[in-house]
Design a protein. Structure first.
Length: 455
């Protein structure tokens, strides 16, 4: 165990250490207080020197430094402002260059042209752009509206677009057409005003309009009316004459009948140079008004040929009577040399053919040629004909019609085998008198036939 002396020695040492710590803390506080007083003295002295004009050289030096600092700041601000202004000007110049470069493309330039044209047209000043005095107006036009007013109305109400004439795409004078919906209105020809050079990088043309022209070759309103030639067309109360017919189109079967009966052709009445849509009235061959509809500037009325499914219906619209099926059977027998009668059966067919016609001459040539004698040996079965029908009548007039005939002729050839000869043809008939007795006594005659190909 430790004795009392050791304990006392430890206590003494601890006391001395505590005293030493307190002394050091005290000194630190004194040092901080001294430093604080000196700082305060220096601050006061500095303030007095700046405030007192008699404080000597130090005050003058500080004042000069302050003036120099103020001038530098002002110059720096002026430089920054000037640099900003120059940068803005340069940026505007670059942007303007880019805009002009975009405008150098003719499509972009035309956008502005369209705006200018539309603005003038809506104000009724289209005549300042192009000559409209020479524009022709149809004599049947009844509108009191002027051409200028009509153009004004179009630009107000219709969708205006433009389109490049591709033929002029790479030419020095590109041509654009201005449209109202799908209707061509104006022709705009461009030309190069000058070459522009910018930034040392861009060289591009500056465009301007060379000339404006009206492109309404057929007028603001125009129509094509397709009707049968036996129809009449009235425009604003006036019946159209032959001078308004531009083309005539014949029906595909027209030529088969043209020599024997007069059938209506399809005609095109061409109406041009109207300011507004005229009143159009179309009447059929009986003078009855026909309902019409205008589509894409066209009115189309097909030939109103009567259709019938069978002979009983067809008989209501044609004159006289004819046994079509019997005639078809005789023709089939005639081709295989089975028709009884003079000249290999030709005598039986002659009353149903028109003397001197192409069909008559063809049948006569077959009957009198040696070829008819080389038909294969055969016999007709009983019944000779089966599956017969007469359908699809087209009645062109009371003196002309066509129909489809189908029949199967049953035969047995020399080797004992059965053979079916099929006739499926379209037959053409006219009611015609080919006699020279001076009396008009027409009867139904077969003028042609055409094989029907099954699809």
């Amino acid at each position: 165990m430790r004795d009392r002396n050791d304990i006392d020695t430890d206590l003494t040492r601890r006391f001395d250490m505590d005293e030493l710590k307190r002394e050091m803390a005290r000194k630190q506080r004194m040092e901080r207080a001294r430093a604080s007083r000196m700082a305060e003295q220096n601050r006061v002295a500095s303030t007095n020197q700046y405030a007192n004009p008699r404080s000597g050289r130090r005050n003058t030096s500080v004042k000069g430094q302050k003036k120099k600092s103020t001038k530098f700041k002002k110059r720096m601000k002026a430089y920054i402002i000037l640099l900003s202004i120059l940068s803005f000007i340069f940026l505007c110049y670059v942007m303007n260059t880019l805009y002009q470069y975009e405008d150098s493309f003719t499509d972009n330039y035309m956008s502005q042209v369209i705006k200018d044209v539309t603005k003038k047209a809506k104000k009724g000043k289209i005549s300042k752009l192009c000559d409209i005095k020479s524009v022709e107006i149809n004599s049947l036009e009844t509108s009191k509206k002027s051409y200028k007013d009509a153009i004004k109305q179009i630009f107000k109400n219709e969708k205006i677009t433009y389109k490049l004439d591709e033929k002029t795409k790479n030419s020095a004078n590109p041509v654009y057409y201005i449209y109202a919906n799908e209707q061509k209105l104006m022709k705009v020809t461009l030309k190069e005003k000058k070459k522009q050079h910018r930034l040392g990088l861009f060289t591009y043309p500056v465009w301007q309009v060379d000339k404006y022209e009206m492109a309404t070759e057929r007028g603001l309103e125009y129509f094509d009316i397709y009707v049968p030639s036996n129809y009449t067309v009235e425009v604003n109360g006036t019946k159209l004459g032959e001078n308004y017919i531009s083309t005539k189109t014949e029906n595909e079967d027209y030529n088969k009948f043209a020599e024997y009966v007069k059938l209506p052709t399809m005609v095109n009445y061409e109406l041009n140079n109207f300011i507004q849509v005229p009143d159009i009235v179309i009447k059929d061959e009986n003078g009855q008004r026909v309902e019409t509809m205008i589509k894409d500037n066209k009115i189309e009325i097909a030939n109103s040929y009567i259709k019938a499914d069978n002979y009983e219906e067809a008989k209501k619209h044609i004159k006289g009577d004819v046994d079509i099926l019997k005639l078809a059977e005789n023709w089939s027998l005639f081709l295989t040399d089975d028709l009884k009668g003079g000249t290999h059966g030709f005598a039986v067919l002659k009353p149903y053919l028109i003397k001197g016609s192409n069909f008559y001459n063809m049948a006569s040539a077959w009957a009198t040629s040696v070829d008819i004698t080389f038909v294969s040996n055969h016999t007709l079965k009983n019944p000779a004909f089966t599956n017969e029908s007469v359908t699809d009548f087209t009645i062109y007039s009371d003196r002309a019609f066509s129909c489809s005939v189908y029949l199967e002729k049953n035969m047995k050839i020399a080797n004992g085998k059965d053979k079916t000869d099929i006739m499926h043809d379209k037959l053409y008939f006219v009611c015609y008198d080919d006699t020279d007795d001076g009396v008009d006594n027409p009867t139904w005659r077969l003028i042609d036939m055409k094989s029907i190909v099954n699809k």
